[in-house]
Design a protein around this ligand. Structure first.
Ligand code: ZN
Length: 161
């Protein structure tokens, strides 16, 4: 069975950045399962998965625009420290959630001074080219329920409680 839209795919992956550093990997851990064609994974990797079969190994370079997006300066905000009094122990690298009428947004604290905090709303991997090494572990049909929910059930997938 080959990977096509609406198949459930299980993969082992290693993600490296431009410098060759491993950013993320599930090697030796649980297989990552996703439904092909509905945006469960970044667009560039989804494209590269098409037509692959269980047992295939491949490497693919996913450009930032087809990964976590290009870096957007407009998503960087400087906030006066006194406006974030609730964040007593704010530190560089912390993730902060903010609720707005547009929904929830996650910011990374990138700079802290006595008077100002710099928040970055870009995905931590925005602007980075992504180097994936993939082993396809499994390809199967998705159940109707999985397609309706938009995620995989069972081992390695989503569990309802
Ligand atoms: Zn579900």
């Amino acid at each position: 069975m080959k990977v096509e839209n609406q198949k459930v795919v299980g993969i082992e992956y290693t993600l490296k950045n431009h410098a060759g550093e491993v950013i993320d990997s599930n090697e030796g851990e649980d297989i990552l399962h996703f439904i092909q064609g509905i945006g469960n994974i970044v667009p560039g990797l989804e494209k590269a998965m098409h037509g692959k079969a269980a047992g295939d190994r491949f490497e693919v370079l996913v450009k930032a625009a087809e990964g976590y997006g290009v870096y957007d300066e407009k998503l960087v905000r400087r906030v006066p420290r006194e406006k974030l009094k609730g964040l007593a122990n704010v530190k560089k690298g912390m993730m902060v959630r903010s609720e707005s009428p547009d929904g929830e947004q996650v910011f990374t604290v990138t700079h802290v001074t006595d008077t100002e905090i710099k928040l970055d709303g870009n995905h931590p991997l925005a602007g980075q080219d992504l180097f994936f090494a993939i082993r396809v572990a499994e390809v199967r049909d998705a159940t109707k329920e999985e397609l309706a929910h938009g995620h995989v059930h069972g081992p390695g997938g989503h569990h309802h409680h």
